[in-house]
Design a protein around this ligand. Structure first.
Ligand code: ADP
Ligand code: MG
Length: 236
């Protein structure tokens, strides 16, 4: 495998709901060790695009290749097994379970291997000190990090995060940026994000969706300066 082979290759993917085209002929690529952000106003089609990548919805048109396997119409569980993990916008932790039990449930392994992976992930999402705390007792930010940890448990190659900083304080948002930069190392991460200051901190390849279409992509600093992006997205 060479660095010129993308991990993920999305080719002219569209999703229609009746008369509405939620995602309109979007193409993108993702590589191992790369982080990228998808930004765009509400209703731009960001979550629908993620739904198609993880198999919770299938495209109306287009092709999605993951490690050269056509996953366009594979069911959710098969795509998960291939190595795509997603954190949804809505929290999915079990409130009554401890942090470590929430992670253990998401493990593909058993026994000592599972325990090792729980330790690793606790470290990555900086919740080692909270391992025996019930999820319901975590601060909002910690709960979001637990969600990221759950998505990391099966050792994904592609991590999809839908608005990971929703509802966070500034400190929590900063910590999330640091944490994601570490997570990024061996895997490919795509982050849907609303918070521009957070995207600026990540400072990665950025894709702007607008009315289902890919409006602009490039380094965040270039995207941010783009006149069309400013007009349609930032309203300037
Ligand atoms: P974003 O995540 O960028 O805010 P979404 O992908 O959630 O946008 O939605 C894109 C568009 O598709 C919106 O107009 C939304 O109302 C519509 N949409 C999303 N899911 C469905 C669905 N299951 N049925 C009908 N319309 C949908
Ligand atoms: Mg969304």
């Amino acid at each position: 495998e060479t660095s010129s082979t993308p991990l993920l290759s999305v080719d002219s993917v569209s999703k229609r709901f009746g008369g509405l085209t939620a995602v309109d002929t979007v193409s993108l690529k993702a590589w191992s060790g790369q982080m990228q952000c998808i930004i765009g106003p509400n209703g731009a089609g960001k979550s629908t695009l993620f739904n198609m990548l993880c198999g919770s919805e299938s495209p109306t048109e287009g092709t999605i290749l993951f490690q050269d396997i056509d996953i366009t119409r594979l069911p959710l569980h098969r795509i998960a097994r291939l190595g795509i993990s997603r954190k949804f916008q809505v929290p999915s932790v079990f409130d009554e379970l401890t942090v470590e039990d929430n992670l253990d449930l998401a493990s593909k392994e058993h026994g000592a291997a599972a325990a090792r992976r729980v330790d690793e992930v606790l470290e990555t999402v900086q919740l080692s000190g909270q391992r025996t705390v019930k999820a319901s007792e975590l601060a909002h930010g910690q709960k979001q990090w637990l969600e990221i940890g759950i998505a990391l448990m099966p050792v994904p190659q592609l991590l999809l995060l839908d608005e990971p900083t929703a509802g966070m304080t500034r400190d929590e948002t900063q910590k999330t940026a640091d944490l994601l930069k570490e997570v990024q190392a061996g895997i490919s991460t795509i982050v849907i994000e609303h918070d521009m200051s957070f995207v600026r901190k990540l400072n990665c390849h950025t894709i702007v969706l607008h009315q289902g279409k890919l409006l602009k992509e490039g380094a965040f600093s270039d995207v941010e300066q783009d006149q069309t992006v400013r007009e349609v997205y930032l309203g300037k």
